[in-house]
Each structure stands twice: as structure tokens, then as C-alpha cells.
Design a protein around this ligand. Structure first.
Ligand code: ZN
Length: 213
């Protein structure tokens, strides 16, 4: 799944060579890491970490592509199991109440048939023993302009795309927001802002990959 080479009998999903070459970020042991810096002065975040660096034409790009477009959801399960071990070393992970995936819009969910972060979230949920909540945060409007990075568009996206469906039972919680790839951080920012509308809520962020810009 990382390089298209044939797997040996004892290899599963990712070959040994790709495995050795995976660009881990070590964000979980670096406070003030790149992912966290994205949100300085924009939204309050408890902690944030990305598992791998995303390089164009690299192993991680292949993994994400296979996970996102080729129905290989087992990649999310594997990476989620691995990353749980690292996340356990973050003290604040113990205060997380729920894992919240960045939702796909209904239309895209129907086209693709699944949300690419579901299996990653499920693996984190199982390994860390934290509930996985897919109904709290929802996408309120379809957007094709998500990849635009300039400041103005970022603000526009932040305003309108996501909302929360909460009751009093959702107050006072620490949400762990999860996405596949962080690039500008605009999507996660919009999601976090929606979650922070819930009284006394806290937000942390985890992504599978981080794009160096
Ligand atoms: Zn490989």
C-alpha cells in the first residue's frame, strides 16, 4: 500500500522497506510541534499531533490515496493501532471524553461509501478506550473551495461549513478531533470552532498526516 511492491508472506498492508522509511513526526513528544503551531492565536487547543509527514510522491501519499480512494480502510486500522501507542504518552489524552471524526458531506459520503478516517478513529477508540462519536459534528454546507489557502477564503470556510448537534449531555467534554491530512488547518479550525460552541468544551487534534508547507 505504500509502494506497490508485492508483499512477502509475513508482511501485511505495508512492506518492510516502507515500514522502515515511514516519516514519523514524533509530535507526541514535542509540545509546540508544527501541528500545534498552526493554531496558535487562532483557537485554543489542548494538544495536537500528526502521525506522519506527507510528502508528494512518498509512501504516506500512497497510503492516504489507497485509504481515501481505493477502499483500503484496513490502512486506517493499522495506523490507528500504531499511533495509539504514541498517543498514550501524552498526559492530556487521559482527559479526552470522545473521538470526533471530521465529517464528510452526505453527498461525498454517498459517492465514496465511507469516511476515510472512520477506521483510524475506531482503532484509536478501541486501543485508548475512548468513545467514538460520529453524530455530534456535522457538515452544514458542501464546499469545493476547501483547498484554497489564502486568508480570506480560510475565514469564509471557517464561518459556514460545520456545526454541532448538542444537548446538555455534551457540556464539559474534551473532544479529540481527527482528520486524515492537515494542510492549511482550515477544516480543523472550522470543526474546532463548532465544537467550542458547546459550553465548557475543550478540543484536541490528531491527524494521520501533516503537509510541510
Ligand atoms: Zn513498500
Amino acid at each position: 500500500m505504500g509502494c506497490d511492491s508485492l508483499l512477502l508472506q509475513n508482511e501485511k498492508i505495508i512492506c518492510t522497506e516502507c515500514n522502515h522509511n515511514l516519516p514519523f513526526t514524533n509530535h507526541h513528544i514535542l509540545e509546540g510541534n508544527d501541528t500545534t503551531k498552526k493554531f496558535y492565536g487562532i483557537i485554543p487547543i489542548e494538544f495536537s499531533a500528526s502521525m506522519l509527514y506527507f510528502h508528494k510522491k512518498g509512501i504516506v501519499q500512497n497510503l492516504i490515496h489507497n485509504l481515501k480512494y481505493k477502499k483500503h480502510q484496513e490502512i486506517g486500522t493499522l495506523l490507528g493501532k500504531w499511533y495509539s501507542k504514541d498517543l498514550e504518552s501524552i498526559a492530556k489524552i487521559k482527559t479526552v471524553s470522545e473521538i470526533i471524526p471530521v465529517p464528510l458531506h452526505k453527498k461525498r459520503l454517498e459517492e465514496r461509501g465511507y469516511n476515510q478516517v472512520t477506521t483510524f478513529c475506531e482503532a484509536l477508540s478501541n486501543e485508548l478506550n475512548i468513545p467514538h462519536n460520529t453524530s455530534l459534528l456535522y457538515r452544514s454546507r458542501y464546499s469545493k473551495t476547501q483547498t484554497k489557502k489564502d486568508r480570506e477564503n480560510r475565514k469564509e470556510i471557517t464561518k459556514a461549513l460545520f456545526d454541532v448537534n448538542f444537548t446538555e449531555a455534551d457540556y464539559n467534554k474534551h473532544f479529540l478531533l481527527v482528520d486524515d491530512v492537515m494542510t492549511s488547518g482550515a477544516t480543523l479550525e472550522a470543526c474546532a470552532k463548532a465544537l467550542l460552541k458547546i459550553p465548557n468544551s475543550k478540543v484536541s487534534i490528531v491527524t494521520i498526516a501533516y503537509t510541510l508547507s
